[in-house]
Design a protein around this ligand. Sequence first.
Ligand code: TXE
Length: 479
Amino acid sequence: MQQVLNLMNGVLIPAGCGETIDNISPATGQKIATIPRSNDSDVAVAVKVAKIAQPAWATLSIDERAEWLDKIADALESKIDEIAAAESEDTGKPISLARDVDAARSVSNFRFFANLLREKPKEIYEMKDATNIVVDKPIGIVGLITPWNLPLYLLSWKIAPAIAMGNCVIAKPSELTPMTAFLLSQILLEVGLPVGVVNILHGFGPEVGQAILEHPEIGAISFTGGTATGRHVAATSAPMFKKLSLEMGGKNSTIILADADVEKAVAGSVRAAFLNQGQVCLCGSRILIADEIYDEFANKFVAKVESFKIGDPMDEDTSFGSLISNAHRQKVEAYIDLAIKEGGTILTGGTRPNLQPPFDQGAFLGPTVISDLSPHSRCSTEEIFGPVVVLHRFTSEEEAIAIANNTEYGLAGSVWTEDIDNGIKVAEAIDSGMIWINTWLHRDLRVPFGGVKNSGVGREGGYRSFSFYSEAMNINYPK
Ligand code: TXE
């Protein structure tokens, strides 16, 4: 039984109150660790140590901080299999996905921001009689709050740019997935990162998370999670004028135009629908198909979905793991029941697979495809955040765009067509932060990442992350 500890001031310690929370493996239902039940007094101590560490950290040169990010990347890379195994056990995702996506991206997040920091151009604006120089000053102490679906991938996506810009961080991973954050804590100690620069506190959102939101000396909050919680984060932080980055839910459309390459579109849209068992906010959970190719596409799509290998996430051949928890599975199953009430037809899935012990105790649910629902139905417009997709026909591109925009979210999506120019035209008409054409989740870390409407506020990625984690100051002086 692993005892997860907080990282605070360069040591691994329990919560001040000594209380713990059980961490359950989603695939087996077994307790695998305990985590600290931290609260506001732990946050108060973390802020004190971060405040002491921050001035020295901020005065390091760009190259020195970039060097630290590279050291962390190298150390993560040397433990990529250990990280993948921990992430797979903690989330229920297949080990192959944990290695190829979660662990690999955690390494590249630190390496990417190290190099981007080195290349960061100086911002100088010359006037006839004066010069302006823009200085990006650190905020000081920033709060990072992250979700359970891509634990280390998203934690590293925030920590790297935050410390690159000279801040110290107080991070709170999801209480459902503490394991790789704990591995990162140990790695930060191994590489000798100066104490107090990164502090990682575990515990419940409304307790230690809320304390981070409320602490007056934490100047910015970067949150990734559900829209409901994001609304609460904003309501708490905005009146304190904290900088706020919100990455929240999605209900993304995959649009299959009549001229699409059907084989390519089927393969791509199945991956976009069910990667990480559909628990990625970028997943394409509404598939809009041109009438002309609907039957061919739907049949091939269902056949591909039925080829997933569901089971032990630690088995290299498994391509479909468990959901994050039994509670989340019940939420997803409630949507499947609702879909039937709303007139939907279950083309495949909708049931729990029969698995051998101990996986019979896991939060498994088969990939589910539903047709014949109205595009205005709750299942077609609300975020389910699980392995459930709805298929819709459309007769014109205008209709497809209208369906795609008919949701409170605006995060991502994809368009499948052999005519790229037309694909770009359709993409631009969709209220969204990012659209892929004939692919999905192909990521250049320099581009803006984030959404509109109820999917988020602000953008992460590249220099946009740097500007979030700093305060721009202009100095003007005469020639
Ligand atoms: O979110 P929650 P979950 C979205 C995804 C889905 C959800 C899944 O669409 O809706 O996130 O993650 C902490 N004060 N995205 O269920 O509950 C909580 O402890 C402070 C979008 O975990 O919102 C956890 O650490 N913190 C995203 C974190 O908030 C609080 C990608 C998120 O928890 C808190 C990934 C409080 N009062 C998931 N209550 C994207 N757009 O990229 C909870 N927390």
